[in-house]
Design a protein around this ligand. Structure first.
Ligand SMILES: [Ca+2]
Length: 498
C-alpha cells in the first residue's frame, strides 16, 4: 500500500507532459479503498424542522434538519446546530433541547444557500467562567438597517447584496441549560456578488493554545472568497479581488474578540482587537490588514488543529476540479484565484475561465523555482467528489485511524483518510509532493452482530425514506477525540466507533 514515491513520480511525469495545455482530469490515481473499515453508529436525531420556512427560502425543504456542527464543552455538555436556526443542548441520553433560538434574533438571515442560515458556533475556551460563545450567519442587505464594517475595495454600499456577521453571545449563567443574556456584533462584512456564496463560515479557537500562550483566546475565521469566483451576477468571476492584502476576501483572519475598549489594543475593522502578534499587524505597512493570518483561499470553510503538535489544517473547496487539504502557516499565500491544487487556474489568463486548469512548469512543480504560493498537502479531484469537508487529525480509540487525518466529501458522503506523517512530509515547499488519500469503508452491525457494509448516502436514504442527491456530510470531534459524522439531510448525528 505504500506507493507514494511511484505515485508522485507518475503525477510529476504526467503533469510535465501536459505543461501548457488545458487539463480536463487533473489527479491520478483515483481515491480507492485499501482496507480501512470503520463502524458507524447513530447517536441522536434532531427535531424535524421541515416547513419552518417557505420552500423558496430553504435550500433543501425535504431535509429533516440541517446539522453542520457538533461541539463538546470541557465539562461534557454537547451542543448541535440546525442551520435553520436552532442551537441544541444534548442531555445525557443525547436528547436535544433548544439552548438558543438563533433564528428569532436574526430576522434578516438567509436560508436558501448551501452554506447559509445559522452557519457556525464556537465556545470561548473559558465559556464555563465567562459565558461567551460566537456565531456566524449571513443576512440579506435589502431593507437591512445594519451597516457593514467592510465593503470589498472598489465597491459602494449600493453594490452590497448580503452581510456576513460574527456575533458574540454572553450567557449570564454559563451553567444554564437555556441561553439568557446579551449579544455584541463583532464583524459585519459585505457581499457584493448575487448570491451568498462562500460566506464567512467557521469561527474557531486554537484548541492547542494554553492560557498564557500568544494565541490563547483568539478567533480564527474561515478563508472565503465571498463568491468572487462563482457567486453570480456582474461582480463574480473577479480575480482582481484576490491576491491582495488590503481586503478580507480569501483570508483566514485571526482576531482577539475583546472590544478594543476592554483590551486596550488596536481596533480592527469591527468591534474586536487586532492581535499585536499578527504578522500583518506588525509589518509596519498600513496597506496590509492586520486581521489577516493567511490568504489565497477559495472556501476554506473548516479549520482544525492536530492536538499532538499544533499543526493547523484548512479544507479548501475547489472550483471545477481540485479539493484541497492545506497545512496553514501564518503569512502564507495559498494561491486562489491563480492556483487550484498544484495547477494554474485559467481565470487569470487572457480569455481564460475559472473552470480551466493548466500545468505549472516542471521547475515550479519540483520546488526548484519557488513561486511564492503555498500548495496543498493532499488533494482529490471531481472524479472522486465535489466539495471537501473539514477534517481532523485522529488520535482516538479507533486503532486503524490513529495517526491519520480523517476528512470526506460533502456531496458524495465518502470518508477519506491520509497519514499525518505523509501530510507533514508533503509540507516541504515542493508543490508536486502530496500525501496519498484512501477511502474508509463504513459498516453497521446487524442484530446478529455481523458487519453490513454501507455508504453514508445509504444510511441517510434509510433515515429519510427517500433518495438523496447530496449527502451534505460534515465531521466534528468530541472532547475525547472521537469523530461525529453529520448530514444536513437527515438531522442525524452519527459517530465512528472502535
Ligand atoms: Ca508538497
Amino acid at each position: 500500500m505504500r506507493l507514494p514515491l511511484l505515485v508522485v513520480l507518475g503525477l510529476a511525469l504526467w503533469a510535465i507532459q501536459a505543461a501548457g495545455t488545458q487539463i480536463p482530469d487533473p489527479i491520478h490515481p483515483r481515491v480507492e479503498k485499501r482496507g480501512l473499515m470503520v463502524e458507524i453508529r447513530e447517536l441522536t436525531r434532531l427535531p424535524d424542522t421541515r416547513g419552518l420556512r417557505p420552500p423558496d427560502q430553504d435550500v433543501n425543504p425535504p431535509g429533516t434538519a440541517r446539522v453542520s456542527y457538533v461541539r463538546d464543552l470541557p465539562d461534557g455538555r454537547r451542543f448541535v446546530n440546525d442551520s435553520r436556526g436552532f442551537l441544541y443542548l444534548l442531555d445525557h441520553d443525547h436528547r436535544p433541547t433548544v439552548y438558543a433560538d438563533v433564528a428569532s434574533v436574526f430576522p434578516f438571515s438567509v436560508y436558501n444557500r448551501l452554506e447559509s442560515g445559522f452557519i457556525c458556533f464556537a465556545f470561548h475556551p473559558e465559556f464555563a467562567a465567562n459565558g461567551l460563545f460566537y456565531t456566524v450567519h449571513g443576512e440579506y442587505a435589502a431593507g437591512n438597517p445594519a451597516v457593514p464594517n467592510f465593503i470589498p475595495p472598489g465597491f459602494t454600499p449600493n453594490d452590497v447584496t448580503h452581510h456576513n456577521v460574527i456575533t458574540e453571545w454572553h450567557a449570564v449563567n454559563p451553567a444554564a441549560s437555556r441561553f439568557e443574556g446579551t449579544r455584541r456584533e463583532l464583524l459585519r462584512v459585505a457581499h457584493v456578488v448575487a448570491n451568498l456564496t462562500h460566506p464567512l463560515g467557521a469561527v474557531e479557537f486554537n484548541p492547542t493554545a494554553r492560557p498564557g500562550a500568544p494565541d490563547y483566546g483568539l478567533i480564527y475565521t474561515s478563508g472565503s472568497d465571498f463568491g468572487f469566483s462563482n457567486g453570480g451576477g456582474p461582480h463574480a468571476s473577479n480575480p482582481g479581488q484576490t491576491q491582495r492584502l488590503d481586503t478580507l476576501m480569501t483570508a483566514i483572519l485571526r482576531i482577539d474578540p475583546r472590544s478594543p475598549t476592554g483590551s486596550g489594543g488596536a481596533k480592527g475593522l469591527g468591534d474586536y482587537t487586532v492581535p499585536a502578534i499578527n504578522k500583518f499587524a506588525a509589518d509596519g505597512d498600513p496597506k496590509t490588514l492586520g486581521e489577516i493570518y493567511a490568504y489565497g483561499f477559495r472556501n476554506a470553510h473548516r479549520l482544525s488543529w492536530d492536538l499532538t503538535d499544533g499543526t493547523m489544517f484548512a479544507a479548501d473547496i475547489g472550483m471545477n476540479h481540485v479539493e484541497e487539504i492545506n497545512i496553514v502557516r501564518e503569512g502564507g499565500n495559498y494561491g486562489w484565484m491563480k492556483r487550484e491544487g498544484y495547477f494554474e487556474n485559467g481565470v487569470t489568463r487572457p480569455g481564460g475561465a475559472l473552470n480551466q486548469l493548466f500545468a505549472l512548469s516542471a521547475p515550479v512543480l519540483e520546488g526548484k523555482e519557488p513561486d511564492g504560493f503555498t500548495y496543498p498537502v493532499a488533494m482529490y479531484d471531481h472524479s472522486d467528489g465535489q466539495a471537501v469537508s473539514g477534517g481532523f487529525a485522529y488520535h482516538g480509540r479507533i486503532e486503524s485511524l490513529r495517526g491519520k487525518f480523517v476528512f470526506g466529501d460533502i456531496v458524495r458522503g465518502r470518508l477519506f483518510a491520509a497519514d499525518l506523517s505523509a501530510l507533514r512530509k508533503a509540507d516541504d515547499g515542493i508543490p508536486h509532493t502530496v500525501a496519498p488519500v484512501e477511502e474508509i469503508q463504513l459498516f453497521v452491525k446487524n442484530s446478529d452482530g455481523a458487519r453490513v457494509y454501507v455508504t453514508l448516502r445509504e444510511l441517510i436514504e434509510q433515515t429519510r425514506g427517500a433518495t438523496v442527491t447530496r449527502a451534505d456530510l460534515h465531521l466534528g470531534v468530541s472532547r475525547d477525540g472521537e469523530l461525529f459524522v453529520t448530514s444536513r439531510q437527515d438531522g442525524t448525528v452519527r459517530m465512528l466507533v472502535p
